[in-house]
Ligand binder design. Structure first.
Ligand code: IMP
Length: 200
């Protein structure tokens, strides 16, 4: 089954290829020579993911999915949320983003946060959403060198290590993204079986 992942992030593409397995041929925007920088101006992760998928679908009319992820911190009323990538500015600097979050949280004892991923799939013209999240807490110092983004300050519930202190395999067992993509994988496998569509 051929399907477009509306991303140019090679790291994500590899990660998702690994999760979906060999029976799916993933095409990236680069493979399709689409260079649009799709704006992410919607107020929700759901809106952004749908917007990206619809935008690509309107260009190529092929089955497509897109994702959007955010870190939601309770004491900051869900910020940085949809603004996670550019929280401290257009340069998408992870260190600066973390510093801004820690400054805003100050000495607050409420450290509860979660990562949330939303995937929007358009298949045979129909739209579906898949969601995954992981609860955890924000610590006051950066720990670990693995991962990316806010990983050095996020400790998933029930663990002692930050995401940045975990190897990718360990993070992928519980991560928001892995959980959302596992739902997509199950859906696509069943869809393919039900319709006996080897190529779409
Ligand atoms: P995206 O929607 O996957 O591009 O994610 C938006 C932003 O959320 C990224 O630029 C990161 O700052 C943050 N983010 C997403 N996933 C993760 C993660 O697994 N760990 C840490 N930060 C993440």
């Amino acid at each position: 089954m051929q399907i477009v992942f509306a991303t140019n992030n090679e790291h994500k593409l590899r990660e998702i290829n690994h999760i979906l397995g060999d029976s799916f041929k993933l095409l990236s925007l680069r493979d399709l020579k689409i260079e649009d920088d799709i704006p992410e101006n919607e107020p929700t992760l759901e809106g952004n993911a749908l917007h990206k998928a619809r935008h690509i679908y309107s260009i190529i009319n092929m089955n497509v999915f897109a994702d959007d992820t955010g870190l939601e911190i309770d004491v900051l009323n869900g910020q940085p949320g949809v603004h996670s990538a550019r929280f401290a500015g257009e340069s998408k600097d992870s260190n600066a983003n973390i510093d801004k979050v820690l400054l805003m949280m100050g000495p607050s004892t409420n450290r509860i946060a979660r990562f949330r991923t939303v995937i929007a799939l358009i298949i045979d013209g129909r739209e579906y959403l898949f969601k995954g999240s992981v609860e955890g807490s924000i610590i006051n110092e950066k720990r670990g060198k693995e991962g990316f983004g806010y990983d050095p300050v996020f400790i998933p519930e029930g663990k002692e290590k930050t995401f940045a202190e975990m190897q990718l395999d360990e993070k992928n067992m519980i991560s928001h993204r892995a959980r959302a993509f596992e739902k997509l994988r199950v859906f696509l496998h069943n869809y393919k079986k039900a319709d006996n569509k080897e190529t779409i």
